[in-house]
Design a protein around this ligand. Sequence first.
Ligand code: CP
Length: 318
Amino acid sequence: MIGRDLLGIEDLDRDEIERILETAEHMREVSNREVKKVPTLRGRTIVNLFFESSTRTRASFEIAGKRLSADVINFSPSTSSLKKAESILDTARTLDAMDPDAVVVRHSVAGVPHRIAEVLEAPVVNAGDGAREHPTQALLDLFTVIQEKGRIDGLTVAIVGDILHSRVARSNIYGFSKMGAEVRVAAPPTMIPPFIESFGVKAFTSLREALDGADVVMALRIQNERLTGSFLPSVREYSNTFGIDRAKLNFAKEDAIVMHPGPVNRGVELSHDLTDHRPSVILDQVRNGVAIRMAVLYLITGRRRRSVAAPQEDGGDA
Ligand code: CP
């Protein structure tokens, strides 16, 4: 994976996903040490280019880079020359000219990390683009399920909520399917994309049916910032029908775990009780995000893609 972009789980095969998960196992061990730092990426530079808000992803990429001894730069759009009308691509090219070893991009518009990747020398990691993909979230979710269940193959995973607007749903559908799980989605009909079953998943508008026999229940955030038009009669009705609490969790297997990518709208997608207590594994997901992002940064920045040009003898013009 050295020098490659990581733009989506769609582009990875099962072997590549397993390689990242195995590498993350080693990285988790580093995070468990008293001194949580190794010199592996000393001399490497990682740029975090987040055009959309983030707590978990941005902080964990920064911590991941620092635990591997890379220099991590957090680009802040609100104080950058974007405010002077510099374009996103010119901004990305400008940062690339400073020769980073990887650029991590989040944007609210699907496809922006792909467009940036086309013009940059440095490999690009997609940290979430619109409703398209959030590959490192899916990787940390797979990693968390393996930690809990010991495997993915043969499990039944029910993803509940705003499937239409969710990049987490899309990446997890690819990830869990490629790793051998049965994936189901459950939502009001307006939040299920047309042709979703062509992704190999089963779609349900009944939560009870979707959760029947599920090993993993993944609740998704209601994304108010991406909801346009009337997708929901009301948040209260959504919560009554699709919000997961202990009573509704009884539809799933007795030992089912509950996941959520965060941030949680407490009392909407998940009850307060399930947000804070097992069988929810939300903070394990966050913790595992560091190990996964360490693995991804390590695997793609093992060697610089750009070859260093020899100095010119005549020096050229200034
Ligand atoms: N899960 C996730 O992407 O969270 P943040 O938006 O806080 O990064």
